[in-house]
Ligand binder design. Structure first.
Ligand code: ARG
Length: 365
């Protein structure tokens, strides 16, 4: 990744501080004083250190600017854990266990981010290799895949470092943490920290026998948070699920768990004719099952109609605050019944505004 020059860093810092402090109601004098300090620090040390307030508000702004996210109405509620002092794997493991427990909250999910030390030049003090903190393994078995096909590559990495899974469809992968320049270290997540939901259907008999389940909290752990020119390559964050992420993608995609044919069979649908709309009918019931199951289990989840309404409120609030809502239409529309949501019927400017969360290269590549 290309590093910022001192001049670029200063520019990014200036723009961020001005917006952040204005949003927080700080005076011009306070802004000037802080910018003087930052300029001085960049000249002396090549970088600067965010105050807690800057880190907290910056992480929230980054969520607000996330073009693919339909859940942005709640950006101000993000709980920010400052772990910038944590640079060893053992301590990081404990910090991540705390994140999982706090965010899961027995099912009443709390949106949370834990921010580990920033990058300094090429040097990343602590790196997480996992895509999400909790994720199911995927194993190649001849021409088949057992578990989550999306995890096959990472599962191989874990195995290369000595991990051995049960070989089942829902084996939770270990945390893989790497100190700067060191070998990755693996840590199993205690099962008491892993909340999961068995998927049942309110009417269709035999649905539970499909043996489907999913974990409660999606905690993305492989994105880089950028605030005011400072890179935080390790900053795992979570919201809660929108049902379609599980019911229309994780379970339904042909290159994921691919269960639509099984659901259709259970429903007695004619899978030989595309015109029977067996895929669509199975998809709706699978999604109904996911929403029903999470609700019954007391685990926070949102359906795509409610999420769209919430996004509409977000758009109104942003307009009232004279901020442009940027968005990636292809991600904002839900994969089920997209035209029932207002987003389907209007364009969004897919412009990248910072602070924001970015993809980054896999550490093992
Ligand atoms: N789509 C991803 C998954 O199914 C999770 C992405 C983040 N989702 C969220 N609701 N915050 O695991």
């Amino acid at each position: 990744m290309k590093q910022h020059t001192q001049q670029e860093l200063w520019e990014e810092a200036r723009v961020f501080i001005q917006q952040c402090y204005a949003e927080l109601g700080r005076t011009d004098i306070e802004i000037e004083a802080r910018l003087d300090d930052i300029k001085h620090d960049i000249q002396e040390t090549g970088t600067y250190v965010h105050t807690k307030t800057e880190l907290i508000h910056g992480a929230k702004m980054a969520w607000r600017n996330s073009n693919r996210c339909i859940g942005r109405l709640f950006w101000e509620n993000l709980h920010v854990i400052d772990a910038r002092h944590v640079d060893n794997a053992e301590e990081a493991k404990a910090t991540l266990f705390d994140h999982i427990e706090y965010a899961t909250n027995g099912g009443k999910i709390r949106t949370t981010i834990t921010v580990f030390p920033p990058r300094r030049h090429e040097h990343v003090p602590l790196q997480i290799w996992n895509h999400q903190l909790i994720r199911y393994a995927g194993y190649e078995a001849g021409n088949d895949i057992i578990g989550d096909p999306a995890s096959v590559e990472f599962t191989k990495q874990c195995e290369a470092y000595g991990w051995k899974g049960q070989g089942g469809p829902f084996d939770v992968l270990p945390l893989v943490l790497q100190e700067s320049g060191g070998a990755p270290q693996l840590f199993d997540i205690p099962s008491r920290l892993i909340l999961e939901v068995p998927i049942v259907h309110p009417e269709i008999r035999g649905f539970a026998e499909l043996g489907l389940k999913w974990y409660a909290v999606p905690m993305i752990s492989d994105m880089r948070l950028e605030i005011g020119g400072i890179d935080y390559p390790t900053a795992p964050f979570n919201g809660w699920y929108m049902g379609t992420e599980i019911g229309a993608r994780n379970f339904a995609d042909v290159n994921r768990y691919n269960v639509l044919p099984k659901v259709a069979e259970l429903m007695g649908l004619n899978t030989r004719s595309a015109r029977s709309l067996w895929q669509d009918r199975a998809l709706v019931e699978l999604n109904a099952a996911v929403l029903h199951s999470y609700h019954e289990a007391g685990v926070t989840i949102v359906d795509h109609h409610t999420a769209a309404k919430q996004f509409n409120s977000f758009e109104k609030i942003e307009a009232a605050n004279d901020r442009l809502v940027t968005g990636n239409w292809t991600w904002l529309i839900p994969p089920v019944s997209p035209a029932t949501t207002h987003m389907f019927h209007k364009p969004y400017a897919n412009k990248v505004v910072k602070p924001n969360y970015f993809y980054q290269d896999k550490p093992w590549e």
